[in-house]
Design a binder for this molecule. Structure first.
Ligand code: ADP
Ligand code: ZN
Ligand code: ZN
Length: 731
C-alpha cells in the first residue's frame, strides 16, 4: 500500500510545471510535513501540501510518480496558518507558493538529514532547559554601544501616555498604529506589551520586526536585558540575513518549536514559524525596507497585518512618521478606518528634552556655491565649544557624483549603465553604484588628455574633507596640554556604506561616536535612522532639496520621514541641557515639507499629501502594480510590455466576465525605468492601476498567462525576464 501525496516545491520560474507535484510514500503524511524529494536530476526540499490547493497540477501519469526520498519527521509539521500565509502571499504578490515557501525556510533545512536536524533540536531543547542565569555568558559578546545602553530597566515608571496606549492595546483587538514622536518611548511600549503577554500566557510568542539589520543588535540587547533574567537568554532569537546558515537554522527551529518566546528580525521574519504567535510589532512601519525588492516582492508590514488576523495575534505598527497608507487606514472608524490609532506626542522626560528646534537656511542668501552655510558653520563651532556632538547628513556617498572635463565635455559615465560613475577619493576609484564596476581614476581626461579633470557635486567624503578645512582653526575645549598648548583638533568621523563594508565596522564606528571620540559625524541616511545617539545636539541636512524634484509621488513623504528621523537623533539625552537643533539648508525654505517639519506637524503634512493623492487617484486611493521587463534592448523590453497590454484588450476580451474586470483596470504604456540601463541590461516598466484591489488582483492573476504568451512575439526578441511588483514603493 502506498499513498500519493501533494508536495509543494520550488519549480523554476515560468516552468511548465506547477509548484505542487505528486509523489508516492508508504503512508499518508500530514500537510506541513517537510520532505526531501527528487526533482529532475537533483533532490530538493518540499512541504506536504493540501492536494485540493488550486495550484496542484491536474492530471497525473502514474508511471511518472516518484517516491519521497526522506521525511524530515524530526521537525514538527508547519502549521496550517503558516501554510495559509504562504498561500496568501503567493497569490497576492503573483508568485508561486513554492518559491515563497522555500524562500521563507532557512537554507540549511535543505542540506541536513532528519537525524542531523534531530540532534540540533535536542541541543536547543537542552539549552532551553538550563537555568536562565547560568547561561547568560554564552551569548554573543556585547559591543560597546550595547553596553552603553544600561537602562535601569525594571525600575522604569511608565509615562501617562505609555500607560494609556498599553491599556488600549490590552482592551482592543487592533491592528494598532502607534503614532509616537521619536523618543516618546515606543520601544518601551513594545517591551511592556511583550512582557505582559509572556507573563499571562505560558506558550505565547511575540514577533518584533525592525527595518534594518543594523538596528537589530541594539534592539536585541534591550530585549535580552529585559527578558533573559526571567525567561533565559534562549528566549530571544534574531532572524535576519546577516546570520550564518547555522545560526539561522537554530533560531528558526527555536521559534518553530516554541522555545523562543520572542523573535526579533527584519522583513524575512514575518514568515517565521511561530506556533504560539500572539503579538506582532512592526517598528518604523513606514520604512521602505519592509518591502522586498526581489523574488516575491512582498511587504512584510502588510503581511504582518494579514498574519495577525489569520492567527488572532495583535499587530502593533509603530512610527513617528507613519506611511500614508497606514495613516489613512487608521482614520476614525466612522470614516472607514480599520486600524486603531494610538498617539504618544511627548518625548520622555519632557523638560529639557523638547523636540529639536528646526532652522531653515535659505541658500539663496548664502554665498554662491556655499556647501556649509556660514550660520550653520557658526552653530557647529558653538556645539563643539560646549563639548557636544553634531551630525551632518547628506544622502550621497563618495567624493563627487560625477567627474568632468570642461575642455571637451567628457563625463564619467558608466559604460554599462545609464548613470555616472562616482568619484571615490579615498581609494582613487571611479565606481558605478548601479553595476558595481570600478576602475582607477584617470590621470588625464580620457577624451582629450586634459590633466585638469573637475568634480561636479558633492558626496559625504567631500563634506568630511571640507569640514576638516573649515574647522581647522577650532580646538576642542579642555584639551590644552604641554605637548599641545593650543589644544586638539576637532575629530570628524564618517559613517556610510563605504566605511562600514567590513563585518562589525558599523558597530565599532557607532561605539566610537557613543564614546565621544567623534565631534562631528558625517554620514548618509544610514545614520539618520534609529540609532540612539546620546550626545548629539545638532543635526544638519546639507542638501535635502533634490528629493523635492523627484518624479516619484512618494518622494515628499520619504523626505519628511527621513528628516524627522534625523531630527530624532538630536537631543536624546536629558542631561544635555542646551536646546538641540535641526538645520535644513534649502533653496525652498517655504516648501510645505519643511514648513511641516518646522512644526513637527505630521498630521497636517499627511492630510495635505492625502488630499493630493486623492485628487490624483494615487494610493491609498487606488491600487497599483508594476510590471518590469529586462531585455537586451529598450525596444524589446517595451515591446514585450506593450504586446501584453494589447493582448489584455484583445485575447482576454473573449473570456467570460472579463469585460467587467478590464473596465476597472487601467494599463499605462510602457516607459523606460529612471535608470534605464544597468549592467548592459535595458529596463522598462508598465503601470497597472485600479480603484478596486479585487479587480487588480483578478486581472493580474489572469494576465500572467498573457504575459507568458507575449514572450514569443517576434518584437520581444532579447527579452531576459519580467516580474510583477504589487503595491510598488518606487515608481
Ligand atoms: P522611541 O522608541 O519612541 O524612540 P524609546 O522607547 O527608545 O523611544 O525611549 C526613548 C528613551 O527613553 C530610551 O532611552 C528609553 O529607555 C527611555 N524611556 C522610555 N520609557 C521611559 C520611561 N517610562 N521612563 C524613563 N525612561 C524611559
Ligand atoms: Zn577632455
Ligand atoms: Zn554601471
Amino acid at each position: 500500500m502506498s499513498a500519493w501525496l501533494a508536495v509543494l516545491v520550488h519549480t523554476p520560474a515560468h516552468a511548465s510545471l506547477g509548484p505542487v507535484l505528486t509523489y508516492r510514500h508508504r503512508e499518508v503524511l500530514p500537510a506541513g510535513t517537510l520532505v526531501r524529494v527528487p526533482l529532475g536530476a537533483r533532490e530538493t526540499l518540499g512541504v506536504i501540501w493540501d492536494p485540493s490547493d488550486d495550484e496542484a497540477s491536474g492530471e497525473i501519469d502514474p508511471s511518472k510518480v516518484r517516491d519521497i526520498s526522506e521525511v524530515l519527521d524530526t521537525v514538527l509539521p508547519l502549521a496550517g496558518a503558516w501554510q495559509q500565509l504562504v498561500r496568501f502571499a503567493a497569490r497576492y504578490y503573483q508568485r508561486s507558493a513554492g518559491e515563497v515557501a522555500l524562500a521563507a525556510l532557512p537554507p540549511q533545512l535543505r542540506e541536513l538529514s532528519s537525524l542531523q536536524l534531530q540532534r540540533k533540536s535536542l541541543r536547543l531543547q537542552k539549552a532551553l532547559a538550563l537555568q536562565p542565569a547560568a547561561n547568560k555568558t554564552s551569548r554573543a559578546k556585547k559591543t560597546p554601544s550595547e553596553e552603553a545602553s544600561t537602562d535601569p530597566a525594571q525600575a522604569k515608571a511608565l509615562s501617562a501616555e505609555q500607560i494609556e496606549v498599553l491599556a488600549q492595546i490590552e482592551a482592543h483587538s487592533g491592528p494598532f498604529l502607534l503614532f509616537g514622536a521619536t523618543g516618546s518611548g515606543k520601544t518601551e511600549v513594545y517591551l511592556q506589551a511583550v512582557e505582559q503577554l509572556l507573563a499571562r500566557e505560558p506558550q505565547a510568542q511575540a514577533l518584533v520586526m525592525v527595518p534594518e539589520i543594523n538596528l537589530t543588535p541594539q534592539l536585541e540587547a534591550r530585549f535580552v536585558e529585559r527578558f533573559a533574567p526571567q525567561w533565559g537568554p534562549q528566549a530571544v532569537v534574531s532572524l535576519h540575513s546577516g546570520m550564518t546558515p547555522a545560526q539561522r537554522l537554530s533560531a528558526w527551529l527555536a521559534a518553530h518549536q516554541g522555545g523562543a518566546r520572542i523573535v526579533l528580525g527584519t522583513r524575512m521574519a514575518v514568515f517565521a514559524s511561530m506556533p504560539g504567535l500572539r503579538l506582532i510589532v512592526v517598528d518604523e512601519e513606514h520604512d521602505p525596507s519592509y518591502k522586498s525588492g526581489e523574488g516575491a516582492r512582498y511587504s512584510a508590514r502588510d503581511l504582518a497585518v494579514y498574519r495577525g488576523r489569520l492567527e488572532a495575534a495583535k499587530v502593533v505598527l509603530g512610527s513617528a512618521t507613519p506611511s500614508l497608507e497606514s495613516w489613512f487606514h487608521s482614520r476614525p472608524v466612522a470614516e472607514g478606518g480599520r486600524y486603531l490609532r494610538l498617539h504618544m506626542p511627548s518625548r520622555i522626560g519632557a523638560v529639557g528634552r523638547s523636540l529639536p528646534l528646526v532652522r531653515r537656511v535659505d541658500m539663496a542668501h548664502q554665498a554662491r556655491n556655499a556647501v556649509v552655510s556660514l550660520p550653520l558653520l557658526a552653530a557647529i563651532k558653538e556645539r563643539i565649544a560646549r563639548g557636544e556632538q553634531c551630525l551632518v547628513f547628506l544622502n550621497r556617498r563618495g567624493y563627487a557624483p560625477v567627474l568632468h572635463c570642461s575642455d571637451c565635455g567628457w563625463k564619467s559615465a558608466c559604460g554599462h549603465c545609464s548613470a555616472f560613475r562616482v568619484f571615490h577619493k579615498s581609494d582613487r576609484t571611479l565606481r558605478c553604484h548601479h553595476c558595481g564596476h570600478s576602475e582607477r581614476v584617470p590621470r588625464t581626461c580620457p577624451g582629450c588628455g586634459n590633466p585638469d579633470i573637475l568634480t561636479l557635486g558633492r558626496g559625504t567624503e567631500q563634506i568630511e574633507e571640507l569640514l576638516a578645512t573649515l574647522l581647522a582653526d577650532v580646538r576642542r575645549p579642555g584639551t590644552q596640554s604641554p605637548e599641545q598648548p593650543e589644544g586638539e583638533l576637532v575629530r570628524i568621523g564618517r559613517i556610510d556604506a563605504d566605511t562600514t563594508r567590513l563585518k562589525g565596522a558599523l558597530q565599532s564606528q557607532l561605539a566610537a561616536v557613543h564614546a565621544g571620540e567623534v565631534d562631528v559625524l558625517v554620514g548618509t541616511q544610514m545614520i539618520a535612522k534609529g540609532h540612539d545617539f546620546r550626545r548629539i545636539t545638532l543635526v544638519a541636512a546639507i542638501n535635502p532639496d533634490s528629493a523635492l524634484f523627484s518624479s516619484d509621488f512618494r518622494a515628499p513623504e520619504r523626505l519628511f520621514s527621513l528628516l524627522l528621523q534625523a531630527a530624532g537623533r538630536a537631543g536624546r539625552d536629558a542631561a544635555m541641557g542646551a536646546q538641540s537643533e535641526v538645520w535644513v539648508q534649502t533653496f525652498q525654505p517655504a516648501h510645505p515639507v519643511y514648513a511641516a517639519l518646522k512644526n513637527y506637524d505630521y498630521p497636517s503634512f499627511a492630510h495635505s499629501q492625502l488630499q493630493e493623492r486623492e485628487q490624483a487617484g494615487m494610493p491609498p486611493f487606488s491600487y497599483q502594480a508594476l510590471v518590469r521587463a529586462d531585455a537586451r534592448s529598450q525596444e524589446a523590453a517595451q515591446a514585450f510590455l506593450n504586446a501584453a497590454r494589447k493582448r489584455a484588450g484583445s485575447d482576454m476580451a473573449q473570456w467570460p466576465g472579463w469585460a467587467k474586470v478590464l473596465e476597472q483596470v487601467m494599463l499605462y504604456p510602457a516607459v523606460p525605468m529612471s535608470v534605464q540601463r544597468v549592467a548592459n541590461v535595458e529596463r522598462a516598466q508598465m503601470l497597472v492601476e485600479s480603484a478596486s484591489r479585487h479587480a487588480l488582483q483578478s486581472f493580474l492573476a489572469a494576465w500572467q498567462e498573457v504575459l507568458q504568451a507575449s514572450r514569443s512575439d517576434p518584437a520581444c526578441k532579447g527579452l531576459i525576464r519580467w516580474a510583477i511588483d504589487v503595491d510598488p514603493l518606487s515608481i
